[in-house]
Write a protein that binds this ligand. Structure first.
Ligand code: 26Q
Length: 823
């Protein structure tokens, strides 16, 4: 953009208003209001919001075009991030900040009688993900663009994203999230890049023109994949990368055929069947495992994305794939897109005439797999029967990959049949299954975990046999989060304070935050730091009041746990502690209890009984605590409904204490822990996932560590005896007693018994009783520490100062250097 001679400074970002930008935005908004949106009068905030989005989008089109043109010159290698989930949240602020338009947009809107913040909050979250894994993909896209790396995301354009959660009588209810209802100004349909994805049919032998015997996939039911592109702007660097999301549509031929046969109704039904594929995001739910529609989604993404990349390649190189691996790398976000391994083989062999060995070299030279879980029950397996029906040609290929792989195992460990059985891609049994993680490992040149402990546990446990065979494939890439969204955008007060001390460069070089250490003991700076936190706490308190009707007092410690509800994450342990505090206060020990507001939020998978019951417990306990005046002077509890990305943007800056309390060895990494640390919260946490690296970075004095470690858990498991723990711990006994006697379920007798049983179960996999005492003690240390505001603030500053490692820029640099080899 040209620089205008007359500029002034406004806005929270202290950016200069560029009058050209401001005028351009203004006239483009008015243009879009009338010509694109057809608003003749009575424009509502949502209309202005869309008009603003379209005007901002116009502004980045030129950079988008330039970035795209560079990609297809094949001068450099490119990365492709394949993921069933991209949990983007809102796009507006990201785009506006990236292009340095915040002040200009503010001015333009002001002159049109609108407020930027209000329009920003009109945008619906793109909730195209469940939680950590999906949000990680979104942070990664942001970092790739910020680092000007040629990386494209491929995902699914779900019509319905993550469900909306409401709470009635303390229980979770799910409503569909039709986020596209009012249109999505950030997407552009690219109909001319539509491709066809095959399903069903059968594979047959035939003899090709050269007289060779080949296989092909015939009598298929085809579905169209239509791409929708979303811009991913880099932070003030002129780069705009692409996130390409696929929508399923019925093929024209299909309809025509049936229409011509006179079978109108059937044709329409077929159309629906095809379009079902991208209708809804699956919640991460064990009870949903093995669903055919989910498999169709996975293949749909893998096939469409690979075809798209290959067709771009062929424009320049025809069927010459000799250099293909030099220019492409596919990162598989968990096993969800791992059918890509078999699909790339199929495309290269069946559609482009390569020999097996050549195709295999390309496949294993371009695929890289990331694992995100250690829970054995979460590892994906698909029934062979289902694969054979839905994707017969892929099953052929998987069998062939397995045969060749097992020959390699047999060669390495002659006669070790048991090992072959263990490592086989096919799990034998009544109903044989394909082990998707093993397909990912065998078909990739790189396998990584997402935190140091997690990666180590993978090679020691789940993937031990594969590590013995190919140690060089395995590596760690500790997760990170984007500091643009998770500090600069969500915490403008802190951003301004940090900018004023150490300059603005930290936004793209987060290690620079370490300079804040020099201010950690500065009384004036500490006061400013506290003031920002108080403001942020007031902002969250208003949200809690609005959504939960609970009064949060910003002078209390804000103790927060927000994440998916799962037994291993132990929201239950948190509630047990809250009940313990309640018990202490009602017993007359109030003076001993430091004033505390506890906030818990998160969605339970719709079919996950104990997770949903935990939500009910939190709400029932909250109702008792908040209505008892003796207690509510010191203790408040609220469950925030419909926790999502936008809610997190208000929650993170307001936290004093971040709850990261998973059973050691179960949380692969965690990323909420990083967002909280960056915003100056202190962590109360177990020795698990990335908590360990947070602890290492900030030091034990500024972190409340508790609980058994992973190796202790393994040892302790055998003799775990919750009943004797309860016998020897009066506090826990009283908590269980309160639950048991129905104190929190007055008119709902016995409803919490399953939760009580889970704690008292000697085989409790989550070891809740075992960590109770240690947790309560750590909470006491946290409460005591909070009494000394200066020391607490010092620790808070040091947490932010030492959070540099947890920028996703660092993570992406590591992917780019070590795996993708694109820098
Ligand atoms: C599987 C089968 C059928 C339907 C859904 C799923 C499914 C969907 C989503 C399974 C798993 C997920 C998501 C997993 C996830 O979010 N894992 C988290 O990944 C984060 C990023 O690496 C880590 O920080 C967390 O520790 C990990 O739990």
């Amino acid at each position: 953009m040209t620089v205008d001679a007359v500029s002034s400074t406004t806005g929270s970002d202290n950016q200069r208003v560029n009058n050209n930008d401001s005028n351009e935005l203004s006239s483009n908004m008015q243009h879009h209001l009338l010509y694109t949106l057809g608003c003749f009068d009575h424009q509502k905030a949502k209309d202005w919001s869309q008009a603003l989005a379209l005007a901002v989008r116009d502004h980045l089109m030129h950079d988008w075009q330039q970035t795209r043109l560079k990609e297809t010159t094949y001068e450099t290698k490119r990365g492709f991030y394949l993921s069933l989930e991209f949990l983007l949240g809102r796009s507006m602020n990201n785009a506006v900040m990236s292009m340095g338009l915040r002040s200009s947009a503010g001015r333009a809107l002001q002159e049109l009688g609108q407020a930027y913040e209000e329009l920003e909050s009109e945008e619906r979250d793109a909730g195209l993900g469940n939680g950590g894994l999906g949000r990680l993909a979104a942070c990664f896209m942001d970092s790739c663009a910020a680092l000007a790396l040629p990386v494209r995301g491929y995902g699914i354009r779900y019509e319905y994203g993550m469900f909306h959660q409401s709470i009635r009588e303390g229980r979770q209810f799910e409503q569909p999230d039709h986020w596209l209802m009012a249109g999505n100004p950030w997407e552009i349909e690219q109909a001319d890049r539509t491709c066809t994805v095959k399903f069903y049919g059968r594979s047959e032998f035939y003899v090709n023109d050269a007289g060779a015997s080949c296989k092909r996939w015939v009598d298929t039911h085809d579905v169209l994949a239509v791409p929708y592109d979303m811009p991913i702007p880099g932070y003030k660097n002129g780069v705009v990368n692409t996130l390409r999301l696929w929508k399923a549509a019925a093929t024209h031929e299909f309809n025509l055929q049936d229409f011509n046969d006179g079978d109108y109704a059937d044709a329409v039904a077929q159309k629906n069947l095809a379009e079902q594929i991208t209708m809804v995001l699956y919640p991460n739910d064990a009870s949903e495992n093995g669903k055919e529609l989910r498999l169709r989604q996975q293949y749909f993404l893998a096939s469409a994305s690979l075809q798209d990349v290959i067709s771009e390649w062929c424009v320049k190189h025809g069927d010459d794939f000799s250099q293909f691996a030099k220019f492409h790398c596919f990162q598989l976000n968990d096993t969800h897109p791992t059918l890509a391994v078999a699909e790339l083989m199929r495309l290269l062999i069946d559609e482009h005439g390569l020999e097996w060995d050549e195709a295999w070299e390309i496949t294993t030279g371009t695929m890289a797999y990331t694992n995100h879980t250690l829970l054995p029950e979460a590892l994906e397996r698909w029934p062979v029967r289902l694969l054979g029906e839905l994707l017969p040609r892929l099953l052929d290929i998987i069998y062939e990959i397995n045969a060749r792989f097992l020959a390699e195992v047999a060669h390495r460990w002659p006669g070790d049949v048991e090992r072959q059985r263990r490592m086989s891609l096919i799990e034998e049994g009544q109903e044989p299954h394909v082990r998707m993680a093993y397909l990912g490992i065998v078909g990739s040149f790189s396998v990584n975990g997402v935190a140091a402990l997690h990666s180590e546990l993978l090679t020691r446990g789940l993937f031990r046999d594969f590590f013995a065979l190919w140690p060089e494939k395995f590596n760690n890439k500790t997760n990170g989060v984007t500091p643009r969204r998770w500090l600069a955008h969500c915490n403008p007060g802190l951003k301004q304070l940090i900018d004023s001390c150490i300059g603005k460069e930290w936004v793209c070089e987060l290690d620079r935050l370490e300079h804040l250490k020099n201010y950690a003991d500065d009384a004036a700076f500490q006061q400013q730091w506290m003031d920002v936190k108080q403001d942020n706490k007031r902002r969250l308190a208003a949200l809690v009041k609005d959504k939960c009707g609970v009064d949060f007092d910003e002078h209390f410690i804000f103790d927060i746990q927000v994440k998916r509800i799962h037994e291993y994450k132990r929201q239950l342990l948190n509630v047990l502690h809250v009940i313990h505090l309640y018990d202490k206060i009602t017993r007359g020990d109030a003076e001993q209890v430091a004033p505390r507001c506890v906030l818990i939020g998160g969605k339970a998978a719709p079919g996950y009984f104990l997770a949903k019951l935990t939500i009910k417990l939190i709400n029932n306990v909250a109702a008792v605590i908040n209505s008892d005046e003796r207690v509510s002077e010191r203790l408040r509890l609220a469950f925030l409904p419909n926790y999502n990305v936008s809610a997190m943007e208000i929650i993170t800056p307001a936290a004093d204490l971040s709850e990261q309390i998973s059973t050691a060895g179960k949380e692969a990494s965690g990323t909420g822990n990083m967002k909280f640390m960056m915003n100056g919260a202190l962590t109360i946490g177990t020795y698990d996932g990335a908590n360990i690296e947070i602890l290492d970075a900030v030091g034990e004095e500024h972190f409340f560590l508790f609980g058994l470690k992973e190796d202790q858990i393994v040892k302790h498991r055998m003799q775990h005896s919750p009943s004797s723990i309860v016998e020897n711990d009066l506090d826990l006994a009283r908590v269980i007693g309160l639950l048991q006697c129905g104190h929190f379920s007055m008119f709902e007798e016995g409803i919490f018994q399953p939760l009580i049983d889970s704690v008292l179960n000697p085989h409790d996999p989550w070891m809740t009783a075992a960590d109770f005492r240690s947790y309560v003690d750590a909470q006491q240390r946290a409460a005591d520490a909070y009494e000394n505001k200066k020391l607490w603030t010092r620790s808070s500053i040091l947490n932010t100062a030492m959070s540099g490692k947890f920028s996703s820029d660092r993570t992406i640099r590591e992917y780019a250097q070590d795996i993708w080899k694109i820098v």
